[in-house]
Every structure is written in structure tokens, then in C-alpha cells.
Design a protein around this ligand. Structure first.
Ligand SMILES: Cc1ncc(COP(=O)(O)O)c(C=O)c1O
Length: 466
């Protein structure tokens, strides 16, 4: 008996080099004692820098993790069935925290919040609510590789890229937005919306006020939706500030356009709190129909009552969250500086960034030629010879070869130092992309590999191909 279309042909969504890198790491993971020659994981955007703060809070508040409230057991209350609306105490605590990490410039109404099992489920649920199979969403490149799975796989929705390059620091421009819209139309795709990550994964940069205005004006003009995935909102360590899409909306006077109802936000505690295993995410929308539909859909990926209960106690502790957010940013800033400095000593620069758990590394000068094939060659060498798993730009759909996402918050300082040391030694001794005369093919020409319409349109999910 054959399996379903989704279970077989569509499952190639995890074939990208991003996922391959994660699998290769699993075969030979670095361990200081047991496997010192193994691969160091720098392809995972995890935040392990402030676990001690969370652990101290847990030790000081034992009731929270022991099914107790004011010393009394609440085990039975938690063990029983909870409906899909979520625990009010947790929703209140979460909206307060969301506001706090946005500098209290915006406030959130818990009635407009839908809890989901992480941002993965939040993004997919929103797509299910806003688009039908065969519709399209526009996404600025480079983007988080997981989106090819999260937004397309089960929904049958297509992603159309909004191109950006290093020529302007990978910023979103009006012509690029229009070009993507036209590309979608040329492919007979109905554009239902635009999705951005702010701060950006993989760039580690925040969208400027100008870009945010551009996006809001664009979706207003085209009559489409905007999803702002703000999963990294609490990682901004400066200098440029973070402006939430909800802050932009609050200030904009957009009378009678209904635009407020077409802007939706995604959040999660996976990055800011370093809790991806807890699976806590949220959708925030001003459109009550979206909130209502998404709440029903959240049945497929609820957050357990136990987790909600623990986190409502933690996030309600204002003194703790204030200290945590400030200290976590300080640690991220110092780690980021350490990696940038180390790479610089190896002759490698990074895109200037102010947020996230990664750097966007510019290794164009190490490529044999300015092609995506050469990028893959270099990536494999870094993985197999230097033994670092980083993510090639092409896995993030970057059109310019030679960029890599390098994570810095999922390991100890010693491991990061070792990774930098390995790279430095290898750059000095291994002739990555150099030819037999020892010359590196520097990126002197403008050799950006432009994807053709067909290349973009046809690796898409093709829901109607069966
Ligand atoms: C931009 C972005 N959105 C969503 C996710 C998924 O997060 P979660 O673990 O909350 O599902 C990630 C994870 O890396 C991400 O970077």
C-alpha cells in the first residue's frame, strides 16, 4: 500500500544543505573529552548563554516546577483537559513580556493572542488561515531555511523570493518588492502576503524604520497580508534599535484601509529565553476572524498546561525578566564580538549586525569561482576538513555565492575559541578555492547568480502536480 503524496514526494523539503549539515554533525559531534576531533555545531540557532539564570530562578521558585501553587498541589488541575484558548494567567504573562522586550512601546491584548507549539506552528497556522494551496507569499532573501518546510509543505503555498544583495547590506528595496510581485504574477500565482523576520535570520540585522514603512505601504497598495516573525525580538544587543511591526502600526494613521487586520505577528520563547524544547509560540493578530480560526487550528499543536503554568510564574516575575533580558543581551553582544574579532583575525569579515544568535560571514574571497557550486565546495571543506557545521547562504536562498550563517550562542566560550582557531589555521594552510598557482579567485566581478523564473517557480511545493 503506497503512502500519501505528503509523506513521500513532498518530504524532500528537508533535503537542503541546512538540514544535511545538521545530519552530518550528528554522525561525528564534537565533544571536548570523548570526541575532540569531531564537528563543531555552528549551524544551530540555539541560545544557551543564559541557562544559569533560568536554573537559578527555578531553584529559587521550586513550586513552579513541582505542580504547586502557594504550597498546594495543582497536579490534578494541570493533568485534566485544557481547552485550546490557553491559560489566562500565561497569556497575560506572555503579552506583558512581549511588551517588555519591545521597550514597552507597544501593549498587547491577550484576547488577540493564539498560543502555538513554537513559531514553527505559528507560521504554518497563519499561512493556513491566510492562503490557499497554490497561493504565494513573498519572502526577502536570505531567509531561514526552515521556512521551505514550515510555510509550504503542508499548506501547498508557494514562496516567491524578494531578492537582496550585499550591495546595500541586504536591505529590502521598493524595486525588489515590485519585482517579486511581478514574478509571482508571471507564474500565475496569487500573492496573499509578505513574510519578514525582524530581526532577520540569517542576517542578524533589524529592519529600519524606512524598510518597515516601505513594507506597510506595499501591502497597503497591493491589498495583501504582512506577517512579521519577531522570534529574535529580545536578542537585539545594539547599536541600531529594534522596531516592532506593531509599533509601526500603532503610529500609522491608516484610516479605513483595514490594514491593521492584515498585519500579523509571530513570536516564540525559543530564542529570547533559549527554550526551543518547551515549544512555546504565539500568533498575534488584530483580525478576530484570524484569531478565531487560528485558535481552533492550534488544537493540532497546543502548549502543555504544565509548561504554561511554569512559564506564567517565571514571566510574571518582572524583576527576574528585566534582569534576564538585560544580561542575556550583554552576553550575546560579547559572544558576537568574540566571533567577529576571531573571524577578522582569520581574514574574514561579517555583515555588520546587531541581533540574533549568528553572524552572516562573508567568505566570497575563499571561493574558487563566484558560483553556488563553489560555495557548496567550500561548505563541504569547512564541514569535512575544518570540521565546523555552518550554513551556506544558498540554503537560505541567498543569490550571491560565498555567504554563510555562523551561530555563536549554542556552545561554550572554549568551543567557540576552538572553532575560530580551526578556521584560522585552515584559512592559512588549506588552499580552499585557490588554483594551482595559489591565487584566489577574488570576487572582483559582479557575478551574482540570478535565479531564473523557472528555477524559483518549480522547486516549489507543486500541490497540484499529482
Ligand atoms: C525566523 C524563525 N522562525 C521560526 C523558527 C522556529 O522556531 P520555534 O523553535 O519556536 O518553532 C526559527 C528557528 O530557528 C526561526 O529562526
Amino acid at each position: 500500500m503506497t503512502l500519501s503524496f505528503k509523506a513521500t514526494r513532498d518530504s524532500r523539503v528537508e533535503n537542503s544543505s541546512y538540514f544535511v549539515g545538521l545530519q552530518e554533525y550528528e554522525k561525528n559531534p564534537y565533544d571536548e573529552i570523548h570526541n575532540p576531533g569531531g564537528i563543531i555545531q555552528m549551524g544551530l540557532a540555539e541560545n544557551q548563554l543564559s541557562f544559569d539564570l533560568l536554573e537559578t530562578w527555578l531553584a529559587e521558585n521550586p513550586d513552579a516546577s513541582r505542580f504547586k501553587r502557594n504550597g498546594e498541589s495543582i497536579f490534578r488541575e494541570l493533568a485534566l483537559f485544557q481547552d485550546y484558548h490557553g491559560l489566562p494567567a500565561f497569556k497575560n504573562a506572555l503579552v506583558r513580556f512581549m511588551s517588555e522586550i519591545r521597550g514597552n512601546k507597544v501593549s498587547f491584548d491577550p484576547n488577540k493572542l493564539v498560543l502555538t507549539a513554537g513559531a514553527t506552528a505559528a507560521n504554518e497556522t497563519l499561512i493556513f488561515c491566510l492562503a490557499d494551496p497554490g497561493d504565494a507569499f513573498l519572502l526577502p532573501t536570505p531567509y531561514y531555511p526552515g521556512f521551505d518546510r514550515d510555510l509550504k509543505w503542508r499548506t501547498g503555498v508557494e514562496i516567491v523570493p524578494i531578492q537582496s544583495t550585499s550591495s546595500n547590506g541586504f536591505r529590502i528595496t521598493a524595486p525588489a518588492l515590485e519585482e517579486a510581485f511581478q514574478l509571482a504574477q508571471a507564474c500565475n500565482l496569487k500573492v496573499k502576503g509578505l513574510l519578514v523576520t525582524n530581526p532577520s535570520n540569517p542576517l542578524g540585522t533589524t529592519l529600519s524604520r524606512k524598510e518597515l514603512d516601505l513594507l506597510v505601504n506595499f501591502i497597503n497598495k497591493k491589498g495583501i497580508h504582512l506577517i512579521s516573525d519577531e522570534i529574535y525580538a529580545g536578542t537585539v544587543f545594539g547599536p541600531a534599535k529594534f522596531v516592532s511591526i506593531m509599533e509601526v502600526l500603532q503610529k500609522k494613521i491608516l484610516a479605513n484601509t483595514g490594514i491593521r487586520n492584515r498585519v500579523h505577528m509571530v513570536y516564540s520563547l525559543s530564542k529570547d529565553m533559549g527554550l526551543p524544547g518547551f515549544r512555546v509560540g504565539a500568533i498575534y493578530s488584530n483580525d478576530q476572524s484570524v484569531v478565531s480560526a487560528a485558535t481552533k487550528m492550534s488544537s493540532f499543536g497546543l502548549v502543555s498546561s504544565q509548561t504554561q503554568c511554569l512559564l506564567s510564574a517565571m514571566l510574571s516575575d518582572k524583576k527576574f525578566t528585566k534582569k534576564y533580558v538585560a544580561e542575556n543581551k550583554k552576553r550575546l553582544k560579547s559572544r558576537h564580538a568574540m566571533l567577529v574579532r576571531g573571524l577578522k583575525m582569520a581574514g574574514i569579515s561579517c555583515l555588520e549586525s546587531n541581533s540574533g544568535l549568528f553572524c552572516w560571514m562573508d567568505a566570497r574571497h575563499l571561493l574558487r569561482s563566484q558560483t553556488l557550486e563553489a560555495e557548496m565546495e567550500l561548505w563541504k571543506k569547512i564541514r569535512d576538513v575544518v570540521r565546523l557545521n555552518i550554513s551556506p547562504g544558498s540554503s537560505c536562498h541567498c543569490v550571491e555565492p560565498g555567504w554563510f550563517r555562523v551561530c555563536f550562542a549554542n556552545m561554550s566560550e572554549e568551543t567557540l575559541n576552538l572553532a575560530i582557531q580551526r578556521l584560522k589555521t585552515s584559512v592559512d594552510t588549506i588552499s580552499f578555492g585557490k588554483d594551482s598557482n595559489g591565487f584566489s579567485h577574488k570576487s572582483t566581478e559582479n557575478l551574482i547568480t540570478k535565479y531564473s523564473v523557472s528555477k524559483w517557480a518549480f522547486p516549489l511545493s507543486r500541490y497540484n502536480e499529482r
